[in-house]
Design a protein around this ligand. Structure first.
Ligand code: HEC
Length: 98
């Protein structure tokens, strides 16, 4: 039972989509969702551009998250893995591709 659970957890983490989504909604502080609209995440923030319309690719998201941009703060507290999971999620969910 324990083994089955940990295998499930590992498979889940490897996917990345859920952790990326969860970082977007509340894991990153301040949460991306406060400022950005992204239908897949159920967010309607309007401080920054709508990601559904912008459709950023992975690199564009990662750059904004790492360095910040205008009124958007940088997120030095996120690990490279977290930035990647988050960026892949946003690119895929917004239709920005890989
Ligand atoms: C305090 C509000 C705020 C938060 C929180 C925030 N953003 Fe932003 N974001 C902005 C604003 C404002 C811009 C537009 C900046 C500009 O173009 O000057 C922006 C721009 C962007 C862009 C476009 C970058 C580009 O190259 O044009 C992406 C992608 C993005 N944000 C993703 C995220 C992600 C992912 C998070 C969470 C880790 C996040 N944002 C958190 C306000 C925010």
């Amino acid at each position: 039972m324990l083994l089955a659970l940990s295998v499930f957890a590992a498979a889940h983490a490897a996917d990345g989509a859920d952790s990326g989504r969860q970082l977007f909604v509340k894991g990153a502080t301040p949460a991306c969702a406060i400022c950005h609209t992204l239908a897949d995440a159920g967010s309607t923030g309007a401080v920054g551009p709508s990601l559904d319309e912008l459709k950023p690719d992975v690199q564009r998201v990662a750059k904004a998250v790492k360095a910040g941009l205008g009124a958007m703060p940088p997120y030095p507290q996120l690990s490279d893995e977290q930035v990647l999971a988050l960026s892949r999620y946003v690119a895929r969910a917004s239709g920005g591709g890989q």
